[in-house]
Design a protein around this ligand. Structure first.
Ligand code: N01
Length: 866
């Protein structure tokens, strides 16, 4: 091993000399590092070097889609249009390369074929297509998100006698379609930009459309004076605002739902978004366009109406209207005269769903039609068929990490990254705007700069601390992949067969590729990782390595967002109030929550409590024909707060999903009525409901009990008393985050003492109002303390990860199971005490709520719905 060369040829190899590669070279040079970029193209520019098709432009305004790291550029370069053309952007990048003399660090027309990590030397060995190998300490893939073309996967392309053009590899010489018959395959951004221009030249143009796209008018022209004024008033402030915006462009974020305003207000907002001419405007017109299908549908229909208004022939207009996926879940396009081009007599649209392409022939394109086949003859065919996005350029290189691990293999079920920046098992390898970072869902210029800065600052940190190797842990990576998927799951993005999902490439894993949490949140997370001593990384060198293992985002994304909003509101803690004020405050908060789903019927009534008092109840009846199984439900609120209607959305949801009558019964509250008033009322109410089951429209012969928090405590006690006191027959118990024990010292109380709404202090406040210390070990206060837990009805127990009550719920589930009770324990990952009941507000709890409803079906013997 002595002859192993431990000094690298260069400090850093960069792959690619586009927006990212150029800034990397600049930063590394400033840091005094020797960096070398390999670029397959003949010059700088990356995507702007290759995509020279007619009409190619950026779709983020050029004043935003430009570098901020060289502040002089704002004075030295003036954009001629809002959305600069490809040649102008390429000139800009060339200008920057010249200004900073960056080309001398680029080896052009050289592709990287392979990169192998050598564990002995802690260096990467990078193999290029000229046969050379270059060693480096750090290896950075600045390969862009849309740089490897997707195979159009069409038979016969090689047989076509005319010219075939690919938008992503357009010739450098001018292509003139004048007088030609042209076919364009595809209707994504590239096609939508090029079709109007090709149509203006061609004698005849046929567009082959598989899936129509939503496109908004770009209203291109000179930079709008307002936009210029905004940036020029405070350039530094503007750029900083972009860095901390959700999409990388400063803009106001709406706080209202599309469904909370009148039709007129909604249409006016959409019209404003339409006139704005940006890709962010329509998706950001309300706060729920990308998360609520109903809200999204209103925006989608607005755009479809615009298409219908623009296109003369109604049949063509309908074909151009997307209907199979929510707006924005396939990349929105910005166009100039796209839809009206179809009003030209020499422009035709072929619907590939009705008439799929059978083959490319020597003379044109054959499609399957009612009478067998239709042949279209062309002089030229344009393939605007897209890219193997986000991962294509990374897995195109044979990357071999630690212990011979192949990146391509590791990613076969979808990319695995930490922060979209690195991958476990591939030390010192960085990706700029890699999968699971905001990348393509943001202004790329901003996201590229953030990544380059993070990578360079990290390398600087390694050098300053005498380290040479950094690698994410697999725990951190698993956590990040989970977090990215959790974010995707609360949006509509998974509903489209888009390149965001990898769905455009046959055989590619179907996962959401970009990170959906936004640029601002993402930047905060990356900064936090560094502040927490590079959480989730192993950092080392010749003198060994230190691991700072952990997961950066563990709370469900929508729950995190809610907690952040509540922190901003600086609400007073409940335990600082009197019980009366706490009740009023909780009621006001509940009133502002979204309602639950519609149910067949809602009835309010009263029933007798334990000492003859009247207890209010609210009955939720399913819309299906009865009689229905009955569930007696006890609300949460620490025995102090709440009433029969305070868990209304959850009761509606359980009723709707389980097909059961839910009867939410009130009970007397502390401190006015202390222990054991609440369980006494709970038992009395359950007995009364069982006796009146048929009158209430329910099935007789048994009912289930359910509850949340203190209500689940009452439900558990009722189940025990029913066993001990000869009925009523309880068929099952659904306990959501139950209080089962008065002991406040378990680990979950320590871990989640603060910050997750139900604090340790608040729980202590509840107990103090509810029961004397010597009463708390009574099984009717702490059902976990019961001497006998056998022969209780089947239970579903839900515990939430970030809940002080988690461990006592866990203990009850274990104790019941040990006593032979049929227990289904669901540990709700990333949830807090209050998040699962938040129907309509927090989507991440939806799966748990469905399982709860399924458990209720199981208790009644109704089984799982078909
Ligand atoms: O590619 P696409 P693109 N037979 O994948 C169709 C960025 N960009 O190059 O949807 C028939 O969007 C395919 O049909 P379907 C931007 O982010 C930016 O246009 O899979 N059709 C689709 O219609 C953009 O989103 C700008 O059913 C086939 C089309 O080809 C991304 O690049 C400009 C087919 C491909 O559309 C990609 O855009 C241009 C087949 N075998 C691009 N295979 C800016 O403005 C595919 N299709 C900055």
């Amino acid at each position: 091993m002595n002859d192993v060369k431990r000094t690298p040829d260069v400090d850093v190899v960069v792959v690619g000399a586009g927006f990212a590669g150029l800034y990397l070279l600049h930063r590394f040079r400033e840091m005094g590092l020797a960096a070398l970029a390999f670029e397959r193209g003949g010059d700088v520019g990356g995507t702007w070097y290759w995509n020279r098709y007619p009409g190619a432009r950026c779709d983020v305004q050029s004043i935003d889609y430009s570098y901020s790291w060289d502040t002089e550029l704002d004075d030295q370069w003036e954009w001629s249009e809002r959305y600069a053309t490809q040649p102008e952007i390429l000139r800009y990048l060339g200008f920057v390369a010249d200004k900073h003399d960056l080309r001398r660090d680029v080896r052009f027309s050289t592709g990287v074929d392979g990169a192998v990590w050598n564990d002995d030397t802690s260096l990467w060995e990078v193999r290029t297509d000229d046969g050379a190998t270059t060693t480096c300490r750090y290896y950075v893939m600045a390969t862009g998100c849309l740089s490897v073309m997707k195979d159009p996967d069409l038979a016969g392309v090689a047989d076509f006698a005319g010219d075939v053009y690919y938008t992503g590899r357009w010739p450098h010489d001018d292509v003139d379609f004048t007088g030609k018959r042209v076919g364009v395959i595809g209707t994504g951004s590239s096609a939508i930009q090029s079709i109007p221009i090709i149509a203006s030249q061609a004698a005849d143009l046929t567009v082959f459309q598989r899936t129509p796209n939503f496109s908004l008018p770009a209203y291109n022209g000179p930079v709008r004076p307002d936009d210029a004024a905004q940036i020029n008033a405070d350039r530094t402030g503007y750029r900083e605002a972009a860095r901390w915006s959700s999409g990388g462009v400063p803009r106001e974020i709406p706080v209202d739902s599309a469904l909370a305003v009148s039709e007129d207000v909604r249409r006016a907002r959409y019209e404003g978004a339409w006139q704005e001419g940006t890709i962010f405007s329509m998706m950001g017109s309300f706060n729920d366009i990308m998360v609520n299908a109903e809200a999204n549908a209103t925006a989608a229909e607005f755009v479809r109406d615009k298409i219908r208004a623009a296109v003369d022939d109604p049949a063509t207009a309908e074909l151009l209207c997307p209907t199979t996926y929510p707006l924005g879940t396939k990349r929105l396009c910005l166009d100039t005269n796209y839809y009206t081009t179809f009003n030209e007599p020499h422009v035709h649209l072929v619907d590939l769903h009705a008439n799929p392409i059978s083959s490319i022939t020597p003379t044109g394109i054959d499609v399957v039609s009612d009478d067998g086949a239709t042949s279209y003859e062309f002089d030229a065919i344009v393939m605007a068929t897209g890219f193997d996005a986000m991962t294509g350029a990374i897995v195109a290189v044979d990357i071999e990490g630690r212990d011979g691990a192949e990146l391509r293999e590791r990613w076969v079920d979808g990319p695995r990254t930490y922060l979209g920046l690195m991958s476990a098992g591939f030390p010192n390898m960085f990706m700029v705007t890699g999968p699971q970072s905001p990348s393509v869902l943001s202004n790329m210029a901003v996201s590229i700069e953030q990544h380059v800065d993070w990578i360079c600052d990290t390398i600087e940190h390694l050098r300053a601390s005498g380290h040479t190797v950094i690698e994410p842990t697999s725990t951190a990576e698993d956590g990040w992949v989970q977090h990215a998927n959790d974010f995707a799951d609360i949006t509509l993005f998974p509903e489209a067969n888009s390149w965001y999902m990898g769905a455009n490439v046959p055989g590619k894993a179907r996962v959401v590729l970009p990170y959906l949490g936004g640029v601002d949140r993402y930047r905060r997370i990356c900064d936090e990782v560094v502040e927490r001593d590079f959480l989730g990384f192993e950092i080392g060198g010749a003198n060994g390595a230190e691991v700072n293992d952990g997961v950066i985002c563990r709370v469900q994304p929508d729950v995190s967002i809610m907690l952040e909003m509540m922190e901003e509101m600086a609400l007073p803690p409940l335990d600082s109030m009197s019980p009366v004020d706490a009740r009023a405050f909780s009621e006001a908060m509940s009133a502002a929550s979204p309602p639950g789903p519609e149910v067949g019927e809602v009835l309010d009534g009263t029933l007798p409590g334990a000492d003859g008092n009247d207890l209010a109840y609210r009955l939720y009846r399913p819309a299906t024909p009865g009689p229905h199984p009955i569930v007696v439900y006890f609300h949460g609120g620490g025995w102090v707060i709440g009433n029969a209607t305070s868990d209304d959305p959850l009761c509606r949801d359980l009723c709707d999903q389980s097909g059961s009558i839910i009867i939410s019964v009130d009970y007397r509250h502390a401190p006015e009525a202390r222990f054991p008033a609440a369980p006494d009322d709970g038992f009395a109410a359950t007995t009364w409901v069982a006796q009146h089951a048929e009158e209430l429209g329910g099935l007789s012969g048994g009912l289930a009990v359910a509850g949340w928090s203190a209500g689940a405590n009452i439900a558990a006690v009722v189940a025990q008393r029913a066993r001990d006191e000869g009925g009523p027959t309880i068929t099952g118990q659904l306990l959501l985050n139950p209080v089962t024990d008065g002991d406040l010292t378990r680990a979950s109380y320590v871990e989640n003492a603060d910050g997750y709404i139900l604090t340790r202090a608040l729980m202590a406040w509840f107990w103090d109002h509810y029961a004397d210390p010597d009463q708390r070990s009574d099984p009717q206060a702490s059902p976990l303390r019961a001497s006998n837990l056998a022969d209780l009805p089947p239970a579903m127990i839900v515990t939430s990860e970030f809940d002080p009550l988690r461990d006592e719920g866990e203990a009850y589930a274990q104790a019941l199971a040990a006593a032979g009770v049929d227990v289904h324990h669901l540990r709700a990952r990333g949830q807090i005490h209050t998040s699962i009941p938040a129907v309509g507000a927090l989507l991440s709890g939806a799966g748990t709520r469905s399982e709860m409803a399924q458990a209720l079906r199981g208790f009644s013997g109704a089984g799982v719905p078909a």
